[in-house]
Design a protein around this ligand. Sequence first.
Ligand code: 6LW
Length: 533
Amino acid sequence: SLPEGTGEAAATVANPVLPGCHPDPSVCRVGADYYLVTSTFEYFPGIPVFHSRDLVHWRPVGHVLDRPSQVDLGTVASSEGIFAATIRHHRGRFYVVTTLVGGSGRGGTFVVTATDPAGPWSDPVWLDDAPGIDPSLFFDDDGRAWCTGTRLAEPGEWEGQTDVWLREFDTAELTLTGPEHLLWRGALHGAVWAEGPHLYKVDGRYYLLAAEGGTEHRHAVSVARADRVTGPYTGNPANPVFTHRHLGRDFPVVGVGHADLVRTAAGEWWAVLLGSRPYGGYHPNLGRETFLVPVRWEDDWPLFAPGAGTTLGPFRPPVVAAPAGGPHPDAVRDDFDGPRPDPRWNQVRTAEPFWSLTARPGSLRLPLGPATLAEVGTPCFLGRRQQHQDVAVSALVDVEPRTPLEWAGLAVRQSEADHLVLAVAGDGRGGRRVLAAVRTGGEEHLVAQAPLPSGPVVLRIHAEGRRYGLRYAPAGAGPDAETELTAVDGGFLSSPRAGGFLGVWLGPYATAHGAPSATVADIDWFDYRPLAP
Ligand code: 6LW
């Protein structure tokens, strides 16, 4: 039930083009159509595929990983799981190559293919001899294909350096063949951690683009070139060619890097890359987001954001032949009337539907499962990315919990160790309470609670910057009936505080804290509404 947006072509590119946790963007073009993928870690469905005609407006068309047969994320901790993916198109076939990191199941680098980027995508073909992370594919115009990636120079030694490796890729067998070539040792600029390598051929030369400096504040984009795909590569003396690390921690966009280039049908070059927008101090709660900047070639090197030097631009939008799709709506209301929930919902570690849309037609029914958000398990949590600093998120919740351990409501999730819950719970005396619980650094705190009469209740998380107001009101009551139970400083939900690589997800959550329970919670509707600036 996605409302379709329409819009006029904007005068300048509005960055980020994909707000909220959309890191490690990779893009490819097929005729007038662009497809883009981002990393999804422990969330299912994994690796959203976005489509655009103008590189600015992106519409989700499907997911690369949408069934349990493809990957097992069941033992993957937060910020592990599906790392940076690369999407490429060659002779009618789409390829995505990525790495499953962590967990005790099948892991490592794998490739999947599809003829339609909306899916279905194939089951993985594991590239067991591909070391490290951040794999990428390159289809040369001489008919040969190559796979590159990043690995630690000293296995297990993250404080050390990375190597960028290359092997030939057999597109029929989907295997690596031939010898390994070391394209780069260390970072292309003398910093640390060359990551996210991608290869391109421009005017007969091979270009190796890589992130470096780590995916946080010192992130940067560097480039090297060679006459042969196997090297030797020479770094651009002007490296890093794009970074915000010299602009300070109060610059509106920080940590830019991990770029992928695309040439438009009109012959322009653009880069998608990640960056984050901290607020309330240095709290990028929205995670690493996808930005778009123009690229121009000067002296046979790519120049990022020419004339501007930062993602702030302003940039004239790409020249496109096809009409733009218009903005994708930010506000989302899901009335749970359709056969499936809005495609932007995600679950943690499992592709199985633990919810039902048919048990009570028009509502999302959640069981109060045993798992909590605190474990590396499969909690009954359906979340969507927080994409705006200031946003009101509400749901109409109908639940009659029987014990103090039975909770159902809304959660804001960063990780197992760091999340925030606003829930209806039993009070131990046959009645109900509404409670606010914070788990930070792995320790749970009951922050506030209040008696709650029975009946459906609207729960609302009113986020304004770091302040997450936790509110409730009887269903159908006017705005004056709303009570703010408490407000929580959400700074602990940002990755600089919590660790890891992610932004936050929010949505309905139900648990019985390990106890067996027959109680269910019905969510009549969910509403995500950015607050007017
Ligand atoms: C990504 C890698 C990185 O694969 O973060 O720190 C990983 N570097 O480039 C997850 O986004």
